[in-house]
Design a protein around this ligand. Structure first.
Ligand code: NAP
Length: 238
């Protein structure tokens, strides 16, 4: 997972919207992470707000991928419960392969603008349109949705997408952290205090199991600090 966060742990200012927190050093770190990746997972709301996804632009990174025989850009995988995205978004004109990750039953073929559809398997009966009533119904839908992620990651790996970058936003990140499916955290600490409600990790219970080991820390310039943690598996803990 790669995020830029303020010193008080916010990933967007109090008013929300399309947040641009990091500077040039953070952009380089983000592009290096993109250059490593086969695919990027992006929450639908982040895409709706930003309109487009981050691309590798730096020549040395594009050249490195070319030498490795890899496509210039990783797949952009938009994660959505509904599949509802405005086809006018600039994203649909970007030079990138687009995948939609949505619950099984939302669509049987890739919607217009997408090259592929990956269905999130769900326990129990196929997905129905989400009823606009009580939280309990929504929560049980969410539980069934979350249960499909381990199988989806296996399917993505079988399709050649083994190195996945999780680009946020907070709700998608929280889903995958709650399932203990995130192997690494690369946070750029940005020297700002933002306040407000947009914590990078919404307050929800997390598995107590997750322990993290610092793999790298380096200043990125302009007061920014990169912190890269790797998740320790239970047998690696002292
Ligand atoms: N600072 C940074 O590095 C950074 C990075 C990324 C984003 N951001 C900021 O984060 C904010 C957006 O974050 P957010 O938390 O509001 O939204 P988000 O996580 O980007 O997107 C939420 C949407 O993703 C889909 N989704 C989330 N979890 C899912 C799951 N487990 N299964 C299926 N679909 C799932 C749903 O899409 P549907 O609505 O289609 O059902 C949900 O409404 C923006 O302000 C953005 O600028 C900051």
């Amino acid at each position: 997972m790669v995020l830029a966060v303020s010193l008080d742990g916010r990933l967007a200012p109090p008013e929300g919207g399309a947040a641009q927190l990091g500077g040039a050093g953070d952009r380089r770190a983000l592009e290096e992470a993109l250059a490593w990746a086969d695919g990027c997972l992006i929450g639908a709301e982040t895409l709706r707000l930003h309109g487009s996804t981050c691309l590798i632009r730096q020549a040395d990174l594009l050249e490195r991928r070319r030498r490795e025989g890899r496509p210039p850009q990783p797949w952009a995988l938009v994660v959505s419960r509904t599949g509802r995205l405005d086809p006018q978004l600039p994203f649909f004109q970007q030079p990138v392969r687009r995948g939609l990750v949505a619950p099984a039953g939302v669509s049987s073929s890739p919607p217009a603008g997408f090259d592929r559809l990956w269905a999130l398997p769900m326990d129990g009966s196929p997905s129905e349109p989400r009823p606009a009533v009580g939280r309990a119904v929504e929560t049980s839908q969410d539980q069934r949705l979350l249960s499909g992620w381990p199988a989806l990651l296996i399917e993505l790996a079988a399709d050649g997408l083994e190195r996945l970058l999780l680009l946020g936003g907070a709700r998608l990140a929280a889903s995958l952290l709650a399932l203990d499916l995130v192997d690494g955290l690369q946070l750029t600490l940005v020297p700002r205090l933002l306040g407000g409600a947009h914590s990078w990790l919404p307050l929800a219970p997390l598995p107590a199991a997750a322990h993290w080991q610092l793999k790298e820390s380096r200043p990125l310039g302009d007061g920014e600090l990169l912190l890269h943690y790797r998740r320790l598996k239970p047998n690696q803990r002292s």
